[in-house]
Design a protein around this ligand. Structure first.
Ligand SMILES: Cc1cc2nc3c(=O)[nH]c(=O)nc-3n(C[C@H](O)[C@H](O)[C@H](O)COP(=O)(O)O)c2cc1C
Length: 184
């Protein structure tokens, strides 16, 4: 047996079954991590779970945001301007056993919502693939470039943006299916 064959054999032996399956183009183990303030991103996360069998982790903030829209947008603006990212409840999800992490959130002020920024600030994606999905009201702005900058050590795949409250529409299903098919 030459050295190349030996290295391949050893690599196969030490790879976990999931990693080996993913490397062969088999099913990937997927984790969906998301934040949702008013439910739109949550609905998409639930669709992703149903379609992929992914595990799902919902990010929640320690502080409660104002319910009133203007007060919420003012608070989000302040957090961004002061880089005062909100603390998250509980421990971060353990990402070690996943191949692909789908990270979702709303667009806030044309960028990544601050609770998702907080998650990205704490997470290390070394050895992982990730892709962002977001919901918005028409202006995605810098969401995806900022996500890419903030997802440390990740292989960042193409993202998906969906208009607000459209999770139940047939076109959304199609867009999600087409997106998932590309995530390898
Ligand atoms: C603080 C705040 C800022 C927002 N900024 C934007 C924005 O810049 N562009 C946009 O298209 N929608 C913006 N929106 C609308 C949300 O992105 C949209 O309603 C989203 O679907 C909410 O997701 P959620 O229900 O999961 O919280 C903003 C909403 C809030 C509360």
């Amino acid at each position: 047996m030459n050295r190349l064959m030996l290295s391949i054999l050893l690599a196969c032996l030490i790879m976990t079954p999931t990693a080996a399956a993913a490397a062969e183009g088999g099913p990937q183990k997927v984790l969906v991590v998301y934040y949702s303030n008013s439910g739109n991103t949550k609905a998409v996360a639930e669709k992703l779970q149903a379609k992929t069998g992914a595990d799902v982790y919902r990010l929640e903030t320690v502080r409660t945001y104002p319910a009133e829209h203007k007060a919420l947008t003012d608070e989000a603006k302040r957090e961004l301007e002061e880089n005062d990212l909100p603390a998250l409840k509980g421990a971060l999800p353990d990402m070690s056993s996943y191949d692909l992490i789908l990270v979702g959130g709303p667009v806030w002020w044309y960028t990544v919502a601050t609770p998702v920024m907080q998650f990205l600030d704490q997470a290390d994606f070394a050895g992982k693939k990730t892709a962002a999905f977001c919901t918005h009201a028409g202006g995605v702005g810098m969401y995806f470039p900022h996500f890419k900058e903030q997802a440390k050590n990740a292989v960042v795949l193409e993202g998906l943006s969906l208009l607000g409250n459209t999770a139940d529409e047939a076109s959304t299903d199609k867009a999600i299916d087409a997106w998932l098919a590309k995530l390898h």
